[in-house]
Design a protein around this ligand. Sequence first.
Ligand SMILES: Cc1cc2nc3c(=O)[nH]c(=O)nc-3n(C[C@H](O)[C@H](O)[C@H](O)COP(=O)(O)O)c2cc1C
Length: 383
Amino acid sequence: MSYEKYKVKWFNDYPAIIDLAKKAKKRIPHVAWEYLQSGTGDEDLIERNRAAFQKITFLPQFCKGALAPTIETTLFGQKYAAPFGVAPVGLTGLMWPRVEHYLAATANRYQIPYTLSTVATETPETVGQHIGNMGWFQLYPPKEKDLRQAILKRAKDAGFHTLLVTADVPMPSRRERTKRAGLKMPPQITPKMIWEGITHPAWTIATLRNGLPRLRTVEAYATHTNMKFVSNMVGNRLGGTLSWEYCQLLKEEWDGPVVLKGILHPKDAERAVATGMDGIVVSNHAGRQFNGATTSIDALPAIVKAVGGKTKILFDSGVRTGLDIMRALSLGADFVLLGRGFVYGVAALGKYGGDHVTEILMDDLKNNMVQLGVENLGQLTEL
Ligand SMILES: Cc1cc2nc3c(=O)[nH]c(=O)nc-3n(C[C@H](O)[C@H](O)[C@H](O)COP(=O)(O)O)c2cc1C
């Protein structure tokens, strides 16, 4: 069985990522949906992230004959079939069991990168079996050297070659929506949860088969696997650690590209270059950390002006379409990541949901390039 079997039907029923989000919402328990969607405060940054894209428009050019758009790109010396990939998402298994395995396999099939989060629910060892040469690993920086080196070694040994270190979580944010929904670690068997289980049978069966979501990578370093204990350990040992000196250490310890994720200020971008970072991700963490932040697409041009050509500029937060990807690339981003979009795919359609998201994005990107009148990604910045 493969995605090809479902492709035509899915393109009719769910031609856009927004349709997958609607289906995902019905298929997964309320608490999982609220966790996935959550921002912080009154969450206006999530809406601003989307609205800011819509303000970026183009002047198309025509009469160029038949255009055959190509979207392959090279990043850090490696070829990718498209200029986008999967951003790290933590506690992934709450939305759908084994999301990480499915999306890693999608990434390998389509030759786009997949980033495994430190706080994902599956380990580098098991995800590594699906990822081929497409593995990136995201680090929430541990305070202790031994812990850092142990996690990095596991990621490297499992085949992950590019390291993203997250800068924009100086402490956990409030995530009021997640709290209101009653997310508890470990998930607790309450009458409400039982009702959620009954009303979302596909999720419940898949979860019973796989076991309740656990932070399987980091639990190895806790003295016992009680989820509350592991969550506290994550808060105490991985939080508030990052400094420029720490970034430099990572650069020395990691044999491969190191990318700093969550940059919005051009001065931080310049500092990242001075510290030797191979890339930065312009991101506001999908609006989940600081509701007062600018949208990442509004932050992008000044960062490109400051460090374009000196380091690779990756971009995320609010991307839902191929057109959004084109907008970010046209403003000077080298590569684009999506978090929620890919999770919607698996939550809505299961194992091949990530394939469907990838096909939608590839198709939409190519189509919009032709509507605009360009054939390759380089032309997007020469308009
Ligand atoms: C549910 C969820 C969990 C996330 N977990 C992590 C994480 O563990 N590490 C990290 O660096 N970023 C994390 N992010 C941020 C994403 O990597 C990415 O920056 C963001 O999702 C991009 O925005 P988008 O979801 O609108 O595409 C998470 C985002 C979401 C939605």
